[in-house]
Design a protein around this ligand. Structure first.
Ligand code: GDP
Ligand code: CA
Length: 322
């Protein structure tokens, strides 16, 4: 980690889109990677504390992820959930048997009073992950979604209702009182490069940047900041970000992303098909960079990561020459 020939990259990441970027960066031998994940999707099921975005990062970087789904563990069974169903429990949240093991472990350690950050770090090590997985806060922050029928927890909206209701309002319960972790702040301040993954800007990145102190640290960090658009041709690869952005009156395309991140970003990777949006993005502030930003396999992820790190080196060289 302290190898001076390595570029210290700090990635802000949600679940599936975030994990793709994390895997690409983790595959580069000249990168020392710290990932700051999203805890605002966390919720309690069957008495267990579940942390979907953090677990997607861990399982992806450990290469035990279910590649077809992009989340959950590969070679998974659902016998525990069958038992819960027999017993009359609500089982709309799909939790596999292997996955349950991690939730039991996390819950037990939380009940003992261990810091969520320490638990996350120990889980990642035990799974053989060499990148650092950091929490932006050890406090509880939970996304809630207001639909026409009322407020829903994030998982009720995302999993139970399959993102069908129109989103009228978002709230991140607990965020104003949440304290940033020293590890996340240190990773931001000491980074050579900060990357915002192509994650959902509204419910994955916003609850990270919105923790008091985190957004400010990113803004004032010395490192160049690069984001990757989760939108390609005005559509998301997966998930509700396009409908959410539109419903909340924001542009559901790379321009909307540029507007959201304008204070915390120097450059924005957009897809070749969105090249026509480049002048508008430039006007907002960040330098648009056209590339192929769809990451289907490890080759795509690694290439994308290489381009981002090379952009940083060019940036640093130009800065030194100026
Ligand atoms: P979640 O927490 O599992 O919903 O995942 P994230 O918030 O990290 O990522 C969701 C976003 O990832 C969606 O808006 C997708 O458009 C985006 N995404 C997924 N795969 C890709 C990809 O290969 N390339 C890009 N540019 N975006 C992607
Ligand atoms: Ca998520």
């Amino acid at each position: 980690m302290s190898d001076t020939s390595q570029t210290k990259v700090t990635l802000l990441a949600g679940g599936v889109g975030g994990a793709k970027m994390a895997e690409g960066l983790a595959a580069l031998p000249d990168v020392a990677l710290s990932v700051i994940g999203n805890v605002a999707d966390d919720d309690s099921f069957h008495g267990l504390w579940v942390s979907p975005d953090i677990d997607t990062l861990t399982y992806s970087l450990a290469d035990v992820i279910d590649r077809q789904q992009g989340w959950g563990v590969a070679d998974e069974g659902h016998r525990a959930l069958e038992t819960l169903k027999t017993l009359g429990a609500d089982t709309w949240m799909s939790l596999g048997d292997r996955d349950f093991g991690l939730h039991i472990y996390r819950t037990q350690r939380r009940l003992k009073g261990d810091r969520p950050s320490d638990i996350t770090c120990d889980v990642a090590r035990a799974f053989g992950v060499s990148a650092e997985i950091l929490l932006p806060t050890d406090d509880q922050v939970q996304t809630r979604v207001r639909a026409d029928a009322g407020w829903l927890s994030f998982q009720e909206y995302f999993v139970r209702e399959r993102c069908a209701p129109d989103v009228r309002e978002l709230s991140f319960d607990g965020i104003t009182q949440a304290k940033p972790t020293p590890e996340a702040l240190a990773a931001i301040i000491s980074a050579d490069l900060i990357v915002i993954a192509p994650s959902n800007p509204l419910v994955s990145i916003a609850p990270i940047l919105g923790i008091p102190g985190i957004g400010e640290a990113v803004q004032s960090a010395r490192a160049p900041k690069v984001a990757v658009s989760p939108f390609i041709a005005g559509k998301v690869v997966k998930g509700p970000a396009d409908r959410m952005m539109a419903a909340l009156g924001e542009r559901a395309d790379a321009v909307g992303v540029a507007q959201r991140y304008r204070d915390v970003m120097d450059a924005l990777f957009i897809d070749h098909v969105d090249a026509a949006l480049a002048p508008e993005i430039q006007t907002i502030g960040p330098t648009p960079i056209c590339s192929a930003i769809l990451m289907r396999d490890l080759k795509d992820k690694t290439r994308m990561a290489r381009e981002i790190v090379d952009f940083h080196h060019d940036h640093a060289r130009k800065g030194a020459a100026a």
